[in-house]
Write a protein of this length. Structure first.
Length: 261
């Protein structure tokens, strides 16, 4: 299933646009904030949760050429999984990239089983385990309702890490439209074992539907000794040394970096 990405010329056009415009954006906003953790590491192991077509994974490979040992890519969408495993005609990756990529077709939460994925189109970047019932949920009016649904398999990160025998995760990236906190809770054993060095996660408009607060994230990370930083719109980074109510901002989609101290 390759959805709307059919035809050789169309796929070539998407690939050129994404590599030219999207990958530099991901490097600036989602990879460079992790540089202090990753630059000194010659063998980077990452888990890309909410991999979509592979933007973040490609950005990591581009920013740290030759340093990536492995990226475990996880996505709940059948179309996205088909694209991530399409080694013959990839929209995103070059043939050598596939040696360090392991795609998996799962939603990620705090318990395994089958779950409902809500979406406006298979492969959509705004698909969520939570139904969006209000359109125009931010100042850009980008987020619409999710009128379609499908049943998909779900796993916890602890189970995935155990089954795959992953001993360390240099960076855990979470971009799953409101399920970020549930995914963290499903990795509690791995955090307690010290396997995870850093986390990149989103917080903001999506947590309206999941009914979660930044305070929940703050309280999750504190027992494990993680320091938090918010990535601002201009790519500057603001440390979050303590929790305050002002962090409860649901008008934007903020990236946060949590680093083990």
């Amino acid at each position: 299933m390759l959805g709307r990405f059919r035809g050789e010329e169309l796929r070539r056009a998407y690939r050129e646009e994404w590599l030219r415009d999207h990958i530099p954006h991901f490097i600036r906003y989602e990879i460079d904030p992790l540089a202090s953790v990753l630059e000194s590491n010659n063998r980077i192991v990452a888990i890309d949760v909410g991999a979509n077509k592979g933007f973040w994974s490609k950005a990591l490979l581009t920013r740290f050429p030759g340093q990536v040992e492995h990226i475990y890519q996880i996505d709940a969408s059948p179309e996205n999984y088909a694209e991530l495993t399409n080694t013959a005609d990839s929209l995103m990756f070059d043939p050598p990239d596939f040696a360090v990529l392991t795609p998996m077709h799962f939603a990620v939460s705090d318990a395994p089983g089958d779950v409902t994925l809500y979406t406006n189109d298979d492969g959509s970047p705004i698909a969520s385990l939570f139904p969006h019932t209000a359109a125009g949920r931010n100042t850009l009016g980008e987020m619409g309702t999710l009128e379609f649904s499908m049943t998909v398999p779900c796993q916890t990160l602890d189970n995935i890490i155990a089954i795959r025998g992953i001993e360390r995760i240099d960076v855990l990236k979470l971009d799953i439209e409101g399920s970020e906190l549930d995914a963290l809770r499903g990795a509690a054993k791995s955090f307690a074992a010290g396997k995870i060095r850093s986390v990149l996660f989103e917080f903001g408009i999506h947590q309206v539907d999941s009914r979660q607060f930044f305070r929940d994230f703050w309280e999750f990370f504190q027992p494990y000794g993680f320091a938090l930083t918010r990535v601002e719109e201009d790519c500057s980074r603001t440390p979050v040394p303590e929790y305050t109510y002002t962090m409860e901002d649901f008008t934007w989609c903020w990236n946060f970096v949590a680093i083990k101290t």
